[in-house]
Design a protein around this ligand. Sequence first.
Ligand code: SF4
Length: 449
Amino acid sequence: MATDSLLQQPPAPLPPKKEETEAGNYFVANYPPFSFWTKEAVAKALEVLEKPAPIDHPMGLYFHIPFCRKRCHFCYFRVYTDKNANEIKSYLDSAVTEMQMMAAKPYVHGRKPLFVYFGGGTPSYLSVPQLTDLTNRMKDLFPWDDAVEVAFEAEPGTLTEKKLDALRSLGVTRLSLGVENFDDHILEINGRAHRSGEIHRAYQHARNIGFPQINIDLIAGMVEETEENWQQCIEQALELAPDCLTIYQMEVPYNTGIYQKMKAEGQLVAPVADWQTKRRWVKEAFARFEAAGYGVSSATTVVKNPATTKFIYRDALWSGADLLPLGVASFGHLGGVHLQNHADIGPYQLLVKNGQLPIFRAYETTHEERFIREFILTLKLGHVQASYYIQKYGIDPRVAFAAQLAHIHAEGFGEVSGDTISLNRDGLMQVDRLLEDFFLPQHRHARYT
Ligand code: SF4
């Protein structure tokens, strides 16, 4: 039984709190960490694709669009800001070829996606004809008529009224606006392409044409963020009354422009607010939105109506749904195997052109790792039920993680009460720092690249 091996783990102390923002990835997006995924395991992903399609197991699509107007200084994705219309068309053609190959695989053939996610990069960088052509070809291969959510990331400055109308008619149900901040100087100094006027224009039209769900992303602690500016950001976000607000605390991974500058100047501490301040800013924003009737639905989100505002992509992904990764650099999960496509557009397109799936690295998870993954990711919701894991995995997290949960309790961040394991608001604000304690010993202290 997997519980035994977990119980044998020595109690791990929580990592020391570093309040200054130093370089490195802070957020836990998956488990085991990406640095353990290998080229050798790609064969495991290919094996899964040859298996018969599972019955009644949800599947979603993630399609990655790697183009942006300019590179934000805090960006750690591989993005392209110099591609012309022909190169973009060529990429989209490659992606559709990849989709054809995937759709023909026994594990995928005939399955309809429960959800579709367009991420980037900047999906809204595509023109209306490009979006229309792409989605028509996608729908031929993977009909969306049963999809309960089609989510689309957008940069406000790329959204004309015509494009928003097109996105609505193409079936987008969740529009996510990368606002980040409402102040033009802060947007500019952080390398963002859009300005505040574009936010308001895009939001208003999106609201007028009735998108079922509009999310706004903010970042707490951008370069030159101040107390006053942050309070104004909260108020302006509240005035827009989005269905969902997502707030990220600024992290500075190694492949960002901010880190490159730090390195050149010999700085160890990033020129952004410390973690304590960022946590307080998010906490204050959450409290302000709660006072306006919103509910806190995770470590990063508040929603206007918790009963009806769902984020299917996130919840399905965390609970182990199959996610078909499509496009350059995209991540997915099929039949217990994590996989990621080539992160560079050249090798990606070349492999597809040669009739090969462009999978770059993979990881075959064990039963125990899938349990840990789902437990730690869903802990970001703030509370989980032990009985759910006992029923699904045959493991009681209250027993398997007794030492880790005792640490959390001792630090005053949460508690176990009957069937419920919960984090309080302070715990939720730093949940990613707490999660590494739940990793298997061999996965701790890994850089999340
Ligand atoms: S818009 Fe997003 S993906 Fe594009 S450069 Fe900025 S942070 Fe990176």
